[in-house]
Ligand binder design. Structure first.
Ligand code: SF4
Length: 421
C-alpha cells in the first residue's frame, strides 16, 4: 500500500489540499478527513465496468461515440447540462454546443444565478476565502449553515487565527440559521449569539430587512438587532457569508439583494464585504469558461447561431422538457438528479453511477483529480486549482470523449460534402 499526502480535493469548491489517500491494487481510500464528501467520493475501486452501454447492453467506445454523434448530429433541440467536469471538459462541451446548436447549463447553477441576478443589477463588494482567514474579525453568517454544502469551511478558513488582525481573534454570529453540530464544536468560543429571535416564523428576508433598519438607526437601542448592527459597525473587517443555494422560499435573490445593500451601508464606516459561496463540482469554473468562450455566463444557447444568454429560458430544468437529446455530464460524483425528459439521454458519468431509468447511452468517464489531472475553480471565483491523477482505470476524461465526438462530427460533415449532400 502507498500513502499520498496533501491531495487536492476537487469536490465542493473549497479546494482543501490536505487529503491523505491510501492506494493499493484494489483502489484508493481516503484517510478520515472530517469531511463526509471527501471521505465518500475519494473511495474508488479499480474493479469497475469500463464499457459504454447502449440501452443497458455493453458496447465498444467506438460504437458509443458513433451513436452519440448520430443522436446529437440529428437533434433539433439539444441540451448539454450537468456540466460537472474540469475546465477542459467544459471548454470541449462548449465547442460541441456551438457545433450542434445546443444550450449549456450546470446542474447547480441555481445557486450561482441567485447571486448573479443581484450582481447584474447592483454590483457588489465581495471578498475571498484568503481575506476571510487572514483579516476578518467578525463573520456574520446569514441563513442556513454553509457547512452543509462546504463541510470544512469553518475548520479551514475561520478557526485559524487571522494573520493580519492584531491577534484579537474573531467571532462568528449566525442570523436566520443555526450552526450545525460540527460547526458548533469546531468554532468553540468563537461562536457568539446574536440575541435575535430567528424562530421559524421569521423569514430570512424579514430578518435581513430588520438588520438594515437597525443599521439605519431606526430601531430602539435595546433591540437585539440594534446590538447586532452596532457589532457590525464596530468590527474592523466584517465578512457576511451566505450560501444562496441553501436559501429556501420564494425569491431568494431578494435576500441576496438585501445583503448587498447591507454590506454597502456597513462598508461606509468600517470594512465590510460579502462572501457568496457556490461552486461544487466546478460550477465556478464552468461559468468562467463560458464567459471566456462566449462573453456570457452559463445558461447560454447556440440555437440561433451565435451565443445567446437568457437565465430563465436556458435554465437546464426548463430546457430538459423540450430537449430531444440531452448530453448529461457528471464526472465528479456517482449520482445524478432525476432527468424528466421525453428525449434521449446520453450520460457521461463515473462507472459507479447507478441510474434509473437507464439512459439511451451511458459512457463511463474518469473523475478529475482521481482518474486524470484537471483544473477546477475555488468557490470564491479567484483561484484555479490543479488536481493530479491518483489511479489509472482506463477511463477517459470528459474532454477526451467530447473531442472524439467533435472529430466524428467533422468527419461526418466532410463525408456528406464529398457525397454532394
Ligand atoms: S470541504 Fe470540500 S474541498 Fe474540503 S475536503 Fe470536503 S469536499 Fe473537499
Amino acid at each position: 500500500m502507498t500513502f499520498h499526502p496533501d491531495i487536492l480535493c476537487p469536490f465542493c469548491g473549497l479546494g482543501c489540499g490536505d487529503i491523505g489517500i491510501d492506494r493499493d491494487p484494489s483502489g484508493i481510500a481516503p484517510r478520515p478527513s472530517g469531511c463526509p464528501q471527501a471521505d465518500r467520493l475519494f473511495r474508488r475501486s479499480m474493479a469497475v465496468p469500463t464499457d459504454a452501454r447502449l440501452g443497458g447492453a455493453a458496447i465498444s467506445m467506438d460504437d458509443a461515440i458513433a451513436e452519440a454523434v448520430r443522436l446529437l448530429g440529428s437533434s433539433r433541440a439539444p441540451l448539454i447540462a450537468g456540466l460537472a467536469t474540469d475546465v477542459d471538459g467544459v471548454l470541449a462541451a462548449l465547442s460541441l454546443a456551438e457545433r450542434i446548436g445546443a444550450t449549456v447549463d450546470h446542474e447547480r447553477s441555481d445557486a450561482l444565478f441567485r447571486n448573479l441576478s443581484v450582481l447584474r443589477r447592483f454590483g457588489w463588494s465581495v471578498t475571498t476565502l484568503a481575506e476571510l482567514r487572514n483579516r476578518c474579525d467578525l463573520v456574520l453568517v446569514v441563513g442556513p449553515d454553509p457547512a452543509a454544502a462546504f463541510p470544512r469551511l469553518w475548520e479551514r478558513w475561520v478557526v485559524p487565527e487571522p494573520a493580519f488582525a492584531d491577534g484579537n481573534g474573531r467571532s462568528v454570529v449566525f442570523l436566520g440559521g443555526a450552526p450545525l453540530p460540527e460547526t458548533v464544536r469546531c468554532l468553540g468560543g468563537r461562536l457568539e449569539t446574536s440575541g435575535v429571535d430567528t424562530g421559524a416564523e421569521t423569514d430570512l428576508a424579514t430578518l435581513v430587512g430588520r438588520l438594515r433598519t437597525a443599521l439605519a438607526g431606526r430601531l430602539a437601542n435595546d433591540d437585539p438587532m440594534a446590538a447586532l448592527a452596532a457589532r457590525l459597525r464596530s468590527a474592523r473587517y466584517a465578512v457576511v457569508v451566505w450560501a444562496a443555494g441553501l436559501f429556501e422560499g420564494p425569491q431568494p435573490d431578494l435576500i441576496v439583494e438585501g445583503l448587498v445593500r447591507l454590506i454597502r451601508t456597513v462598508d461606509g464606516t468600517t470594512r465590510c464585504a460579502g462572501l457568496p459561496l457556490s461552486g461544487a463540482d466546478n460550477l465556478i469554473g464552468a461559468n468562467q469558461a463560458c464567459g471566456w468562450r462566449t462573453g456570457f455566463p452559463l445558461r447560454t444557447g447556440f440555437d440561433g447561431g451565435g451565443p445567446l444568454h437568457d437565465p430563465e429560458r436556458f435554465d437546464w430544468r426548463t430546457r430538459l422538457r423540450d430537449a430531444d437529446v440531452t448530453l448529461w455530464i457528471s464526472a465528479f460524483r456517482p449520482e445524478t438528479p432525476p432527468l424528466a425528459t421525453g428525449g434521449s439521454v446520453i450520460m457521461l458519468a463515473p462507472p459507479e453511477t447507478s441510474v434509473a431509468p437507464e439512459p439511451a447511452l451511458f459512457i463511463p468517464v474518469g473523475t478529475p483529480g482521481i482518474d486524470h489531472p484537471g483544473d477546477v475553480f475555488r468557490a470564491d471565483s479567484v483561484v484555479a486549482l490543479h488536481a493530479g491523477a491518483l489511479i489509472d482505470r482506463g477511463l477517459p476524461s470528459v474532454a477526451g470523449v467530447i473531442d472524439r465526438m467533435l472529430a466524428a462530427l467533422g468527419q461526418n460533415a466532410r463525408t456528406r460534402e464529398a457525397a454532394g449532400c
